[in-house]
Design a protein around this ligand. Structure first.
Ligand SMILES: [Mg+2]
Length: 275
């Protein structure tokens, strides 16, 4: 996990298995249908075929993708996460090795999301080398007018993490509940898309002046007050309710607190110190 401060201005999501539920595309069945050896990347295999065989393989791949797109479903929390990120001023995009047509078809199964909700969509129809090449992410950052180091790439596959790392973006690997984590490569490991929101909230520039109440609350919850002369420990006052209502709490709290302490470590008194 990342141990240094970071800033996030945009989140670029992988599509299949990240914004959609995993398992819609049967990659092994596609490989068998087009004669691609097991484990070999499909797009790169097709690119190396003679023109006629490539066209035939491409048509078979398109058919598999169309079928999978028609059956795909939003991943848990995907719609809410995208909308809350946008509402918080975070730029949101998609980068996929799929065709634009299959992404559009898939989004028809999302009640609350459409292509218009993404400021940038990089598909295999975009003239950029597909993931794991960093080209698509560089293009997305350029289109958004952002520094690539302020972009978070979220995906469920090693290709997503490789593309993000090669581009110089931050990376978060979505590891489904119950699955093994994939080691220390990515900057962040998350179990749910809601945890992405927690990570992003800690990477947003803080307003000048007072620390927002919800961040202060998490920080103070980690302090111990041992001085017997302190009758009332520091806490967050009342006022007009907590900021950022509507953001899911609970599941990601540990992630959030963990990164918050790291982020604030150099700026506020640490454990047991007096203010
Ligand atoms: Mg994926």
């Amino acid at each position: 996990m990342r141990a240094t401060p970071y800033r996030i201005d945009a989140v670029i999501f992988d599509f299949d298995g990240t914004l959609t539920r995993p398992g819609a595309l049967d990659f092994e069945a596609i490989r068998r249908a087009i004669g691609c050896p097991p484990g070999e990347p499909i797009l790169e295999f097709l690119a190396g075929l003679p023109p006629e065989a490539r066209r035939d393989g491409q048509a078979r791949l398109d058919a598999f993708e169309a079928e999978a797109a028609a059956a795909s479903q939003p991943n848990d929390g995907a719609e809410g996460t995208v909308h809350r990120l946008r509402a918080a001023g975070v730029r949101v995009g998609v980068i996929s090795r799929n065709s634009l047509a299959s992404i559009k078809r898939s989004l028809r199964n999302f009640a609350g999301l459409s292509l218009a909700d993404f400021e940038v969509v990089v598909s295999r129809d975009t003239p950029a080398s597909p993931k794991p090449a960093p080209d698509g992410l560089h293009l997305a950052a350029e289109l958004l007018g952002l520094d690539i180091s302020h972009v978070l790439m979220v995906g469920d596959h090693a290709h997503d993490m490789a593309a993000g790392a090669a581009a110089g973006a931050l990376t978060a690997l979505l590891v489904p509940q119950g699955a093994e984590s994939a080691g220390d490569g990515p900057d962040f490991l998350v179990r749910t898309l809601a945890e992405v929101e927690e990570i992003v909230s800690l990477g947003r520039p803080l307003p000048q002046g007072k620390l927002p109440k919800d961040l202060l609350e998490v920080y103070l919850s980690g302090l111990e007050f041992r001085d017997p002369s302190v009758l009332v420990a520091a806490g967050v006052g009342g006022g007009r309710g907590r900021a950022r209502r509507g953001r899911p709490r609970g599941a990601g709290a540990e992630v959030r607190s963990h990164h918050l302490r790291r982020r604030l470590g150099g700026r506020l008194p640490g454990h047991g110190e007096r203010q």
